[in-house]
Design a protein around this ligand. Structure first.
Ligand code: G3D
Ligand code: MG
Length: 182
């Protein structure tokens, strides 16, 4: 694993319990996933580099991905994990409407903790399952209203998983290049 990089970003993964947050991060990080020493209070992180193509050559982005526990009993601790994050994933399960409905609450919790908005990607997960109830149009509409990209994924088949992280890394690099302070 390369230790050199051009940018380092902390990413938080948000969404209800069992939407597939851990499965997405595990799939993306291919075994580099590890359990944090704070596992007992429900958080893990993974580290992975992503290369962003640029005219002057690839830019290497190191992502430190925090997989925060979704259960409500951890709610009081989550703001601590949000601190210092540059971007995030907002994940729902397309087979459970409730996980889509509560997205606004996740956004609110994040913004309250950070006192600012950060780039996010909306992730519609479990698209491999036949019993889908939240349609692509609904997800796209939510993403458009909040100015974030919409990506469909399956941690099971791998669909969309790389796209999620390269899209977010690209946005973060562009923001940083423009002089943003994320
Ligand atoms: P969480 O971290 O958001 O709480 P997990 O969710 O990653 O633990 O996933 C919850 C359950 O959903 C797991 O099932 C996991 O295997 C499954 N899952 C996650 N992503 C997908 C997906 O894209 N497709 C399908 N079919 N299943 C998925 P178990 O049974 O292990 O609890
Ligand atoms: Mg999990």
């Amino acid at each position: 694993m390369s230790s050199s990089y051009d940018y380092l970003f902390k990413i938080v993964v948000l969404g209800e319990g069992a939407v597939g947050k851990t499965a997405i991060v595990t799939r993306f990080s291919h075994g580099f996933f590890r359990t944090d020493y704070k596992t007992t209070i429900g958080s893990q992180f993974a580290v992975k580099n992503v290369n962003i193509p640029r005219d002057a050559g690839d830019v290497t982005v190191k992502l430190q991905i925090w997989d925060v526990a979704g259960q409500s009993r951890f709610q009081i601790l989550r703001p601590m994990y949000y601190r210092g994050s540059s971007g995030g994933l907002l994940v729902y399960d397309v087979t459970r409407r409730r996980t889509f409905i509560v997205l606004e609450e996740w956004l609110e919790e994040l913004h309250k903790a950070l006192n600012k908005e950060i780039p996010l990607v909306l992730v519609a997960n479990k698209t491999d399952l036949p019993d889908r109830v939240v349609e692509p149009l609904e997800g796209r509409d939510f993403a458009d209203r909040h100015g974030m990209p919409y990506i469909e994924s399956s941690a099971k088949t791998g669909e969309g998983i790389i796209d999620i992280f390269s899209e977010l890394a690209e946005i973060l690099v562009v923001t940083r290049e423009k002089g943003g302070n994320y």
